[in-house]
Design a protein around this ligand. Structure first.
Ligand code: HEM
Length: 445
């Protein structure tokens, strides 16, 4: 009797395990590396050489990752049970999200507006469902000190749905027939609002909410009440900054895009990053993932500041759109990418679990030669950024630097996948040994 109930959780986990869902993010990491390499070396191979690599990263890797980890994290801090319909809904929405993303790629390939609308409905449906679930959980646990992080996720899911809705309008403008002249004229503003909501509201707010917990956990430091209070207080300001920038873009007011971004930056620095930094200072401890996270956050803030200033000086939203397209690569590679890799490398061993010894196996694998990977990637990023700022045409050097950055990310995908496989194998071996020992004890009885 006791044995049966002890086995139940692991049986449930293998049925719809967290790890089985995470494979989508890893698979998209490989697709994104291939799409970026193609766009860099053989752009004519891709039907949409700008759209595809951007969205393989933004929708495939980043959005899948945010769906997974926001759920995993919210469960981790609020300890709500995952039973019955909730468990199956969590798995089903990841399937719906990925079916939508694949359908969107096919739609963009074929130039089909109806298919892109269907794909957007699927993607938004998955986002809406997770946002509502998290809002309900946050309401039920409103007294928990960890609830601000879930509020960050709920806001981010609202931004995600708005981003995708604007994306559908853009795809109609790009591929539709008889597109009204006003829509063609507003396309640049809509594209800027789409990017601002996607990068600031969706990825940015999620990153800020997550690092409040994750940064301190990575250093095994105690969670700090003050950090939570500040993070909670500053969320409306982050939303205001995103809205100011988004509305400014739709209204065609370039200065407003810059002002909104600056507002977001000041709120994030004062309300999230500074309190976190002072907490680091109280208990300094090194860890490979913390350094990668720190590098990503520094790049994120630096590039956001450059974007804010350049937007304020831009003459029109069309110039801002050009700026986004030229800066997006480095923004994703330096900022979002490094935060994402740090989170993945920290959380995958934790999510697979199996006890401290087995977990250490995964942790050791992802830490393999980490200073070299981190140094090479950031060295190449600094050089790439310097060439971009100088405005000199060094396309040969830039291609070599981009290839080096891409190689570092491919190495990250390999170490995460290899670490996960090693850890899973060790976990299965331990489980088999344990059940063999239990059977031997039962037989003896
Ligand atoms: C249903 C989901 C989505 C659809 C249908 C969609 C569609 C589009 C389209 C049609 C463009 C214009 C491409 C061009 O003019 O070459 C675009 C650009 C872009 N999208 Fe999306 N998108 C979606 C989701 C996202 C998400 C979630 C993000 C961010 C996390 C994102 C970030 C971007 C960025 C940064 C650009 C470049 C802006 C520009 O062209 O100036 N998209 N998207």
């Amino acid at each position: 009797m006791t044995r049966t109930s002890a086995r139940k959780p692991s049986q449930k986990r293998s049925l719809r395990g967290r790890w089985s869902d995470d494979r989508f993010t890893l698979a998209w990491m490989f697709v994104a590396v291939v799409a970026c390499a193609c766009a860099l070396l053989k752009p004519h191979f891709l039907p949409q050489p700008v759209w595809m690599p951007i969205h393989a990263v933004a929708l495939g890797v980043v959005s899948n990752g945010i769906f997974q980890w926001s759920w995993f994290f919210s469960r981790g801090v609020l300890h709500f049970p995952l039973e019955g319909a909730v468990r199956y809904a969590a798995f089903a929405r990841i399937i719906v999200l990925n079916a939508g993303i694949v359908a969107l790629f096919v739609a963009m390939w074929l130039g089909s507006v109806p298919l892109s609308v269907v794909a957007t409905v699927l993607i938004c449906g998955a986002g809406l469902q997770q946002g509502v679930m998290l809002a309900r959980v946050a309401r039920r646990h409103r007294d928990s000190r960890f609830v601000p992080v879930v509020h960050y996720y709920v806001v981010a899911f609202v931004a995600f749905v708005l981003t995708c809705a604007l994306g559908a309008v853009l795809s109609y403008e790009m591929m539709g027939s008889n597109v009204p002249a006003w829509l063609v004229g507003s396309a640049d503003g809509i594209a800027v609002a789409h990017s601002v909501l996607g990068i600031g509201g969706w990825a940015g707010i999620t990153i800020l909410g997550t690092i409040v917990v994750l940064g301190l956990s990575m250093l095994h430091a105690r969670q700090n009440e003050k950090t939570w209070a500040w993070a909670s207080a500053v969320l409306p300001l982050l939303v205001a900054g995103t809205l100011i920038a988004g509305i400014g873009a739709l209204a065609g007011l370039a200065w407003m895009v810059g002002a909104g971004t600056l507002f977001f930056l000041v709120a994030a620095s004062g309300g999230v990053l500074w309190p976190l930094w002072t907490s680091f200072g109280q208990r300094r401890r090194s860890s490979p993932t913390a350094w990668t996270l720190l590098a990503g956050v520094c790049w994120f803030m630096l590039l956001l500041a450059v974007f804010a200033v350049k937007s304020m000086l831009a003459g029109s939203v069309s110039q801002i759109r050009e700026l986004i397209v030229t800066q997006l690569g480095i923004f994703i590679a330096a900022g979002i990418g490094q935060v994402f890799v740090a989170s993945l490398e920290y959380l995958v061993p934790v999510a697979i679990g199996g006890g401290p010894r087995i977990q250490r196996l995964g942790g050791e694998t992802v830490a393999f030669w980490w200073p070299l990977r981190l140094g090479l990637r950031n060295g190449a990023l600094v050089m790439f950024f310097a060439v971009q700022i100088a405005g000199t045409s060094q396309s040969g050097l830039q291609t070599v630097l981009l290839a080096a950055i891409l190689l570092c990310y491919a190495a990250e995908a390999v170490v995460v996948a290899y670490g996960a496989v090693r850890q899973l194998r060790a976990k299965n071996r331990a489980r088999l040994t344990e059940s063999a020992e239990r059977k031997a004890v039962d037989d003896e009885k």
